[in-house]
Design a protein around this ligand. Structure first.
Ligand code: SIN
Length: 539
């Protein structure tokens, strides 16, 4: 076996906005950033469209941003965390401008702010219309390239965290851009930051790169980290139904600019459902679109007489997808479907990004900081990633740095068995898993569908027999979502159960899980016994 060994002070798994922000703020500490593709490629950050929520307009305030976030979160957001991100929003924008990110401005120099659902004020700071993610990532990557303290390892997939008795020793994985067997990479470090993004890739319809399948959650769970609110998966109402996988996003800012939602009979079905009509919170919109589709209707985004003649300039990304699908947004309706978009739950962290495992930190979508509660306010996610990226770096800088022993690493290397990656044979099972998660654990769920999802996942696990590391992670993460969804016997925010249509104050709590609780809970579900709901919900 050949291996390359790195010994940075900190290893960061994930090269999106969260990971790069941590890396830049750790200077002069030596940092290794690991990405599965080339830097900036296949990361949700680069694909984000509208931008960053920031209460910077003179008629807006942090208090209004806080109120909107808490209201949308349905009682489950941690107010202290929300206050933290909201109060940092102006600084985050300044920091990005300082590294050369050009945000859209009005002729008088003020920010040209966008509007999204459930915001009481225009407060989305974007760049080149719907190219905000690309532009923010461009700025961060430029800085990373100038930074001597950062080493970027591209095309590396991490298999496991080296860990023993609550001590972190680093990570071990392999290069994926060649077919050399046993071509391992070992990164020794007493601090690991997981910034691996979300898990939309476990659903058949998603706006996430397919490589976002909850790998960070699986890595953390395997070393005993506590997970929280795994059942909260946010579906974006307007994925462009152009037959592509992943599904391209049509940013909510298009509705913020005035576009309507209609069915094939030209009916604006959101009229009378919610006072904000097409700008209602996204769970309500997604559920209503789901109902339309369930009734056999088709659903469209209608920009024909609402946006004006400059669609291409305002929304160049969406326009480019439309051109490929031979749709002219100024003349044609755009067919849409709700799609898995953002995972609110994840690895539980405190206000500093610390997980329950010493030396393991998380930020960005993989983390459950408590900021989004049961429903995320649009464009709060880039804000959270930028604020927590900085906080995690500051906290790690306060910690002692230990040189990891080569002896310990070599013992991990000796016992490390490369995870199987039989990509072609695993593909069929991956598709089965994605379909079953979409069908049974999608926008609406009930006891029967959740149970069906579980039995399907168990069948896939049995038949695939460890074919691929990616599939194993997808199976593990799906099980956590299933248990969370089964336990939360109510509807709240983005978790909608037809058999429990109302919010239930008994569930005004977070549902915590771990690898240890998972086995016990699955046994109970499979034996159709009652789950110990009260005990298993963290107080
Ligand atoms: C969008 O542009 O609609 C997505 C924004 C978000 O998910 O926060």
């Amino acid at each position: 076996m050949t291996e390359k060994i790195y010994t940075p002070d900190v290893v960061i798994v994930g090269g999106g906005v969260a990971g790069l922000t941590v890396a830049l703020n750790l200077a002069p500490r030596k940092v290794c950033v690991i990405t599965k593709s080339s830097l900036g490629v296949n990361t949700s950050s680069s694909w984000s469209q509208a931008g960053i929520a920031a209460s910077i307009d003179k008629d807006d305030s942090n208090q209004q941003h806080l109120d909107d976030t808490l209201k949308t979160a349905k009682g489950l957001a941690d107010e202290a965390v929300v206050k933290k991100i909201v109060s940092e929003s102006a600084n985050v924008i300044k920091d990005l401008e300082n590294i050369g990110v050009k945000f859209d401005k009005n002729p008088d120099g003020s920010f040209n702010l966008g509007l999204e659902g459930a915001h009481s004020h225009k407060r989305i700071v974007g760049s080149k219309g719907d190219s905000s993610g690309i532009e923010i990532m461009r700025g961060l990557i430029n800085e990373v390239e100038k930074s001597e303290h950062i080493t970027v390892l591209e095309n590396v997939s991490i298999d496991s965290i080296m860990h023993e008795e609550n001590t972190i020793y680093g990570v071990i994985g392999r290069f994926t851009d060649n077919n050399i067997p046993n071509n391992h990479v070992v990164i020794q470090s007493s601090h690991i930051v997981l910034a691996t993004g979300g898990l939309g890739g476990i659903f058949a319809n998603t706006t996430n790169p397919r490589s976002s399948y909850g790998e960070g959650i699986a890595l953390a769970a395997q070393v005993g980290a506590t997970l929280s609110d795994m059942e909260f998966v946010q579906f974006h109402p307007t994925g462009l139904d152009f037959g592509l996988d992943p599904t391209p996003l049509a940013t909510e800012a298009i509705r913020g600019a005035g576009a309507h939602l209609v069915n094939q009979n030209n009916e604006r079905f959101m009229l009378g459902v919610h006072p904000e009509v097409e700008l209602a919170p996204r769970d309500i919109i997604a559920q209503n679109i789901f109902q339309q589709l369930d009734q056999g209707n088709s659903v469209f985004l209608d920009c024909r007489n609402t946006i004006g003649g400059n669609f291409e300039t305002r929304f160049p990304q969406v326009h480019s997808y439309c051109v490929r699908a031979e749709i002219n947004p100024e003349k044609d309706l755009m067919p849409i479907i709700p799609v898995a978009h953002y995972h609110i739950g994840g690895v539980k962290t405190d206000l500093t990004g610390r997980t329950s495992v010493e030396g393991l930190w998380c930020c960005g979508e993989v983390a459950a900081t408590g900021v989004h509660g049961a429903n995320r306010l649009a464009s709060n996610s880039l804000l959270e990633a930028l604020v927590f990226g900085k906080i995690v770096a500051q906290e790690i800088n306060k910690q002692p740095f230990k040189q990891q022993s080569d002896v310990v690493s070599s013992s991990f290397i000796k016992t490390y068995k490369e995870k199987t990656r039989s990509k072609i044979r695993a593909r069929k099972f991956i598709w089965q898993l994605r379909s079953t998660m979409m069908r049974n654990l999608g926008i609406v769920r009930n006891q029967t569908s959740i149970f069906k999802g579980l039995t399907e996942i168990i069948r896939i696990e049995r038949e695939s027999r460890g074919l691929s590391a990616k599939l194993n992670d997808m199976i593990l993460v799906s099980k956590f979502i299933i248990v969370g969804a089964m336990k939360r016997a109510e509807s709240r925010g983005c978790h909608l159960r037809f058999d429990y249509p109302n919010e239930d104050s008994n569930f005004l709590k977070h549902i915590d899980q771990s690898q240890e609780t998972l086995e016990r809970d699955l046994e109970l579900i499979l034996s159709e016994k009652e789950l110990p709901i009260e005990k298993s919900i963290a107080n």
